[in-house]
Write a protein that binds this ligand. Structure first.
Ligand SMILES: O=C(O)CCC(=O)C(=O)O
Length: 359
């Protein structure tokens, strides 16, 4: 079933003529992924990778029966666009089978806020404060149905998370610190992504962007947002989206949707915060650097404004010259945004029949 958001999507696509479409690759196996796609550190849609029988089996009735009545903590929002700044949503606990039914329907007879409230599940581990989510542990009745693509070593595995959303549900723009494969099992989902290099244009509050309405942003309040390059794709059932660590992403369910995502460790295990069941705490060295920065800012605060300004600028220059990476070669050569991600670079390693773009 389609919902009104599909019409909105067409309008939005017309407003963003300069968006970059994420390339779609077909017939990708482990060898091709590791050789030709993964090293690019750019998002990619992988179409046709086997995800197991879930694609046929995971109907609402089947999920309710096999997923059972285990309690899950879900987001409930009166409007489809969740707002982490104004906290316009509630966390509520429901039996999984009841939650699935509510997320799949558009009008509810039982509800928390209103008949039209929206639901979102990001599944959690057994002890949510310590354990990462693992579908295989929390939903053993569904384990056999979903195959985790073998695109990384088993010891790199971090978590496997259920993502179930009402039609229209939009999750704010955020980044995670691990590499991610987001599998769309049923329903269509629009995903908008921004490069980590655009962090300065996204008005960050921790790991999230304060620009909630990415389709018609308030450019008076967020003028730099106009400079962020928008990458976009629409996931169809069966698609896998590779989201490299640190890439910002914003999801919009165009239909009631069931997805599963898998995070894996791309850095050495000791680089990550050990108390991070979600995979979104900054790596330990980055967290340490941020703390030192806070101390440096505190010290600058002891200076009169003109000295503070001068030394702050010197610090920025030092950071830029010592810690920024050079712009990627393609950008330095003056390629247009689409060219940086089109087949051109990969053609040497993948036949063009395996690559396409959504327009
Ligand atoms: O699919 C979604 O709703 C959100 C996905 C996401 O945020 C993730 O995979 O990290």
């Amino acid at each position: 079933m389609l919902c009104a958001h599909n019409c909105d999507l067409i309008a939005v696509m017309m407003q963003h003529p300069e968006k970059v479409s994420v390339p779609v690759y077909t017939a990708v196996d482990r060898e091709i992924f590791l050789r030709a796609i993964y090293p690019r550190r750019s998002p990619a849609v992988l179409r046709g990778v086997s995800l197991g029988p879930c694609l046929d089996k995971w109907t609402v009735d089947y999920l309710r029966e096999k997923g059972g009545d285990r309690e899950v903590k879900v987001h409930v929002s009166p409007v489809p666009q969740m707002d982490f700044l104004r906290k316009n949503f509630l966390y509520r606990t429901l039996p999984f089978d009841v939650f699935v039914q509510r997320a799949a329907e558009t009008k509810h007879s039982d509800f928390f806020i209103s008949e039209e409230e929206s639901y979102y599940l990001r599944s959690l581990g057994d002890d949510p404060r310590r354990d990462p989510a693992d579908l295989r542990k929390q939903f053993p009745g569904l384990t056999e149905d979903f195959s985790i693509p073998e695109f990384f070593e088993p010891e790199q595995f971090f978590s496997c998370v259920f993502r179930i959303s009402s039609c229209g549900l939009q999750l704010w723009t955020h980044y995670d610190v691990m590499d991610n494969l987001l599998a769309q099992v049923s329903g269509r989902k629009r995903v908008v992504l921004y490069s980590p290099r655009d962090a300065e244009h996204l008005y960050l509050s921790g790991d999230k962007s304060e620009v909630l309405d990415i389709d018609s942003p308030d450019l008076k309040q967020y003028p730099k947002f106009a400079k962020a390059r928008r990458y976009e794709c629409v996931l169809e059932p069966g698609d896998l989206l590779f989201i490299p660590a640190l890439w910002f992403h914003n999801t919009l369910a165009l239909q009631f949707g069931i997805g599963v995502n898998v995070f894996w460790r791309h850095l050495k295990a000791e680089s990550y915060d050990k108390k991070d069941p979600y995979g979104n705490k900054d790596p330990v060295a980055a967290a340490r650097a941020m703390q030192v920065l806070e101390r440096a800012l505190h010290a600058l605060g002891e200076l009169p404004p003109d000295y503070r300004d001068f030394y702050a600028r010197r610090m920025v220059l030092r950071i830029q010259s010592c810690a920024y990476s050079p712009e990627p070669e393609v950008a330095a050569q003056g390629c247009s945004p689409t060219e940086t991600l089109t087949a051109s670079d990969t053609e040497t390693s993948l036949p063009s029949s395996q690559i396409s773009h959504q327009d």
